[in-house]
Design a protein around this ligand. Structure first.
Ligand code: NAD
Ligand code: TYD
Length: 348
């Protein structure tokens, strides 16, 4: 019998890569993509697979328990890969409650429906989470699966809460759960509110490049398709009740990364060398800005055999090429409400 896998948030950045990966690699699965299509969700991200016979899309909210019941009674759900979330730290500072709604209430609503309708001994509830739940690091050490949670932003606090609920449903009700906590992703279809696509879009449009504080904060970057493969591996081979950290072993100071993007884009666009560097503008720091994230991925590498497949050089080149050949996509997602967000954040 064909297995039915529900992927939530599958029209977003990472979700669209996960949906594509599963639809193409597993014809024996039927993939249901449930997404509310917020500003961050976009069916253009899934054009190439929208007519696949093992795929269907449902527009809806994970907080809507009636809709969830309908989905779970029409089809026996064998596994959930839960990615739906509000995902941007700056927006969480502007409006924390939206993050509580979707990330906490939505996750618990999904857990309740899963508990009520699924064969909980066999069906899998997989929560895709972030390394930001561990808080920040100084210049030393890395986050491991046993690092205590210490979230600093409303976003990371909401993801920490949802991780705790998922684990609590494992301990209390015996749900078969898996959690992964991943570092910063980059790649095609990344919404231009996050660092890398925002800088690419601004360099293309010769707009200022807003670097928070002194640009010395550090992030560990992972190519999104490598994250999708890691999610596949954790879903299929991860142990019940366990957490897996996923990282790129690829730490960059923000300012160094922005300078690298300027150089690569200037080369691609045939600009005068160093011309985009002049667009860099240091702006007011983010409130509660975590200094450094770094992930120790040895558990998933040693126990499950995952490792990143592309270097940062290769991944960034693919990413920049994608944005240059998909200017229409950028145009669509930056028209409308993006303009309001951008001026509220950067043109105060
Ligand atoms: P995204 O913001 O690009 O996409 C989120 C998707 O969820 C969108 O399609 C949106 O429409 C949908 N959504 C939002 N609220 C919903 C609701 N109430 N009901 C149904 N759908 C809803 O996010 P992303 O960057 O693709 O992140 C996906 C997941 O991975 C999130 O859970 C995030 O916390 C986690 N994560 C992201 C990163 C990263 O670097 N982007 C790293 C680690 C973990
Ligand atoms: P972001 O992509 O928002 O991811 P996160 O905050 O979840 O790590 O930001 C990555 C880093 O880039 C973070 O240190 C904040 C910084 N940043 C800027 O300096 N300028 C910007 O315009 C943005 C969006 C981020």
């Amino acid at each position: 019998m064909r297995k039915n896998i529900l992927i939530t948030g599958g029209a977003g950045f990472i979700g669209s890569h996960v949906v594509r990966h599963f639809v193409k690699k597993y014809p024996e699965y039927f993939i249901i993509n449930l997404d509310k299509l917020t500003y961050a969700g976009n069916l253009e991200n899934l054009k190439d697979i929208e007519n696949h016979e093992n795929y269907s899309f449902v527009k809806g909210d994970i907080c809507d328990s009636r809709l969830l019941e309908e989905i779970f009674t029409i089809k026996k759900i064998d596994g959930i890969i839960h990615l739906a979330a509000e995902s941007h730290v700056d927006r969480s500072i502007l409006n924390p409650m939206e993050f509580v709604e979707t990330n906490v209430k939505g996750t618990v609503t999904l857990l309740n429906t899963f508990k009520q309708f699924c064969d909980i001994k066999n069906a899998i509830f997989y929560h895709v989470s972030t390394d930001e739940v561990y808080g920040e690091l100084d210049n030393f050490g890395k986050f491991s699966e046993t690092t205590p949670y210490s979230p600093n932003s409303p976003y990371s606090a909401s993801k920490a809460a949802s991780d705790h609920f998922v684990r609590a449903y494992h301990s209390t009700y015996g749900l078969n759960i898996k959690i992964s906590n991943c570092s910063n992703n980059y790649g095609p279809f990344h919404f231009p509110e996050k660092l890398i696509p925002l800088m690419i879009n601004n360099i293309l449009n010769k707009k200022e490049l807003p670097v928070y504080g002194k640009g010395e904060n550090i992030r560990d970057w992972l190519f999104v398709k490598d994250h999708a493969v890691a999610i596949d591996i954790v879903f299929h081979k991860g142990k019940n009740g366990e957490t897996y950290n996923i990282g790129g072993n690829n730490e960059w100071k923000n300012i160094e990364l922005v300078k690298l993007l300027c150089k690569l884009m200037d080369e691609k666009l045939g600009n005068e060398p160093e011309s985009s560097l002049k667009l860099i503008k240091y702006v007011k720091d983010r409130a509660g800005h975590d200094f450094r994230y770094a992930i120790d991925s040895s558990k998933i590498m040693n126990e499950l055999g995952w490792q990143p497949s592309v270097t940062f050089e290769q991944g960034l080149a693919q990413t920049i090429d994608w944005y240059l050949t998909n200017k229409d996509w950028l145009q669509h997602v930056t028209s409308g409400d993006y303009k309001n967000y951008y001026s509220r954040m950067y043109e105060k």
